[in-house]
Design a protein around this ligand. Structure first.
Ligand code: PEP
Ligand code: MN
Length: 376
């Protein structure tokens, strides 16, 4: 039997020995590469150097005398280079500020006394756009009575796709939002579109919203990072989760840790919904960061008939809250009328969600707990 042949046994043991040496050499190489990456980072230099990589490949392939030819040598070393880049990226990712588990305090992120990410789901609700004082009064007076609804939303600066549609009331809208929210004990969130209006928006709002279309606006993100105000950062509708986290990193690394992430659906081939709600984003983001995650079911779906099951799914997947659009007469709304719940529908939905402001539990679980408490 050939495996007993002493020559074969000896050659095999030689191969094992070479494997061991290659293994320890590639590991040593990886250690050196990581050390170089750390040095380069400290010097503010780019980690990946394609020119140097090409030079190394050239030298190695030019000197290969066989049995491996230049093509095989190139392939082997390219695999080593690729793996080295992967571990560099991995170690660089681990150093991101958004990865820090102590980023958000136990009590969550506070928006004028409302804690987001502290165990109790928070609902942010209101119209797509602030339109009139009467509209906002009708909404705020109703919302303020509902469990879990703590933050009033409403756009004053609107990022509309069509420039010939309503663009928002601007400062007038900010004033109306502030005024009704104060009278009904609600906090506010509203969108900021650019650096030029950031100070103005921050003067009136408790939380500034970076909309989906601005998630890549790095200059705006940096400016918000220097702001002492909580931020609702919406996921770009074409953004990967990695890009989303890196946008949050822009804000966090400037010193503002009060960032709440908002999944609001991404664009896919599906046309039955306005966007596709990415439920997997919730647990994935929570694995990667301690920042709270809320879900905007209105913009994700663009329709009202399936908001309730999708909101339940979001909370079941671990969302720290929801954003929902509501309007006293959606048919007359100046934007997104088709997706806004009227106030009765909204109240009905909140009661069906079974949000309980005190325990933070939702649905049947909350009701059961409440029942056992009263019978005990
Ligand atoms: C909004 O919340 O008003 C809005 C425009 O949403 P998005 O940026 O997610 O499209
Ligand atoms: Mn809207």
């Amino acid at each position: 039997m050939d495996h007993k042949d002493p020559r074969l046994t000896s050659l095999r043991s030689e191969v094992d020995d070479v494997n061991e040496r290659i293994l320890s050499l590639v590991q040593r190489r990886a250690e050196i590469v990581l050390e170089i990456a750390r040095l380069k980072q400290a010097m503010g230099l780019e980690g990946y150097d394609p020119k140097r990589e090409e030079e190394m490949l050239h030298q190695l392939t030019a000197r290969s005398e066989g049995p491996f030819g230049p093509a095989e040598i190139r392939e082997i070393f390219q695999a080593i280079f690729r793996a080295s880049l992967d571990i560099q990226n991995q170690s660089w990712k681990e150093q991101l500020q958004v990865k820090r588990r102590d980023l958000v305090p136990e009590g969550g992120i506070r928006v004028r006394g409302v804690a987001i990410g502290a165990g109790t789901p928070v609902v942010m609700a209101g119209p797509c756009s602030v339109e009139t004082p009467e509209q906002m009064e009708a909404i705020a007076s109703r919302l303020a009575r509902l469990p879990g609804v703590k933050i009033l939303r409403g756009g004053a600066f609107k990022p509309r796709t069509n420039p010939h549609t309503f663009q928002g009331l601007r400062e007038e809208g900010l004033k109306i939002l502030r005024d009704v929210a104060d009278r009904h004990g609600l906090a506010t969130v509203t969108e900021v579109l650019d650096r030029a209006s950031l100070e103005l928006v921050a003067e009136y709002a408790d939380m500034v919203q970076v909309g989906s279309r601005n998630m890549y606006n790095t200059e705006l993100l940096k400016a918000i990072g220097q702001l002492g105000k909580p931020v609702l950062l919406k996921r770009g509708f074409m953004a990967t989760l990695e890009e989303f986290l890196l946008s949050a990193e822009y804000i966090v690394s400037e010193g503002n840790h009060a960032v709440v992430l908002c999944e609001r659906g991404i664009r896919t081939f599906e046309r039955w919904t306005r966007n596709t709600l990415d439920i997997s984003a919730i647990p994935l983001l929570k694995q990667e960061t301690s920042l709270p995650v809320i879900v905007d079911v209105s913009h994700a779906l663009g329709r009202k008939d399936i908001i309730l099951p999708c909101a339940r799914a979001a909370l079941a997947a671990g969302a720290d809250g929801l954003m929902i659009e509501t309007h006293p007469s959606p048919d007359q709304a100046l934007s997104d009328g088709f997706q806004q719940l009227n106030l009765d529908e909204f109240e009905d939905m909140i009661s069906q969600l079974g949000l309980d402001g005190a325990s933070g539990k939702v649905g049947a679980a909350a009701k059961r707990e409440w029942k056992s408490e009263v019978t005990a």
